[in-house]
Write a protein that binds this ligand. Structure first.
Ligand SMILES: Cc1ncc(COP(=O)(O)O)c(C=O)c1O
Length: 310
């Protein structure tokens, strides 16, 4: 299943893509930018994945079309978008994703929450690999879940810091702290270590999860931002059985340099998660969790709690 954020259809149109001008300096102070207003003026902010280049022309054009249309009513994710995503996965990785498994989420971090609520039961654990992007560390909170940790190993290689998976430590962390591991939250490529996991590391981690009945939620938001020569392996595409137990989170925000206007996608192409979603009760749970993020639903809930009619 795949989840995405935003309602604008940003599919690129053939033959009209213009290159981004990386030499153009755009003043962002005074534009309500989180990155540029967090610190005093004399600090050059380099702390967040938020680039200072203009978004690519196809995105600008799609947004202009939307603005020119002049109406900003409620929208649903379009079937064409799901097809575009499936096509991209096929093109980039030879990974066959069924468009029906593509589901929208307001963002990748929101997808963590949705995945945890869908696959974990009260008292279970969520396994993470610190040091990791901070929102990974708080997914368990307010859900009666436990955080389980399998820290990455740090070594110095050729004068550079290098993090790697310690597979013994990984296996020991599964079902640790007196809780069964419901979900392993993988970050691949890994933020902040920059590690793109090898096929063999991914296979070993996936096998350990499958052996222990844990679902994998794989955050692959940075999969299209890799240095030359480094290959990305979508975990769910490694093996059909692994795919059966994996929820993949992707977004076009990173490659398109538009994190504040992003689309995130959640995919569990064929397997037990998707089969679980096919079961009406689980599908309802997942769909209603995703639906709760829609702006008009939030308004409805506010009305409900104040007793006013929406
Ligand atoms: C690994 C990782 N996942 C998710 C996100 C945020 O994704 P979103 O803004 O779609 O919630 C980031 C942002 O830097 C990130 O580094």
């Amino acid at each position: 299943m795949i989840l995405f954020r935003g309602a604008v259809d940003l599919r690129p149109r053939r033959g009209v893509c213009m290159p981004t001008n990386f030499d153009q300096i755009i003043e962002r102070r005074g534009s309500n930018s989180l990155k540029w207003q967090k610190y005093p003026e004399d600090v050059l902010p380099l702390w967040v994945a938020d680039m200072d280049f203009a978004a690519p022309e196809p995105i600008m054009r799609a947004l202009r079309q939307k603005v020119d249309h002049g109406i900003f009513g409620y929208e649903m994710p379009s079937p064409q978008l799901a097809e575009t995503v499936a096509g991209r996965m096929q093109k980039l990785y030879g990974w066959r994703v069924s468009p029906e498994t593509v589901v929208a989420t307001p963002g990748v971090v929101a997808g963590f929450d949705l995945a945890a609520r869908t696959v974990c039961t009260t008292g279970q654990g969520i396994l993470v690999q610190p040091p990791v992007y901070p929102p990974f560390l708080s997914v368990h909170t307010d859900k009666e879940l436990l955080r389980q940790e399998a820290p990455l190993s740090l070594a110095v290689k050729d004068g550079n810091l290098h993090y790697s998976v310690d597979l013994d430590r990984f296996e020991q962390a599964i079902h640790s702290g007196g809780a069964r591991t419901g979900m392993f939250l993988l970050c691949n490529p890994h933020n902040p270590t920059g590690q793109a996991y090898s096929r063999s590391d991914l296979t070993c981690m996936a096998e350990a999860c499958l052996k222990n009945g844990a679902t994998i939620c794989s955050d692959e938001i940075h999969s299209e931002l890799l240095p030359g020569g480094v290959e990305h392996f979508p975990l769910a595409a490694l093996d059909p059985e692994v795919g059966n137990h994996t929820i993949t989170l992707i977004a076009r925000a990173r490659p398109s340099m538009s994190p504040g206007c992003s689309v995130a996608l959640r995919s569990s192409p064929t397997g037990s998660c998707w089969n679980a979603i096919k079961r009406p009760s689980c599908r309802m749970r997942c769909m209603s969790a995703a639906w709760a993020w829609q702006p008009h639903r939030r308004r409805t809930r506010a009305h409900a709690t104040t007793g006013l009619k929406p």
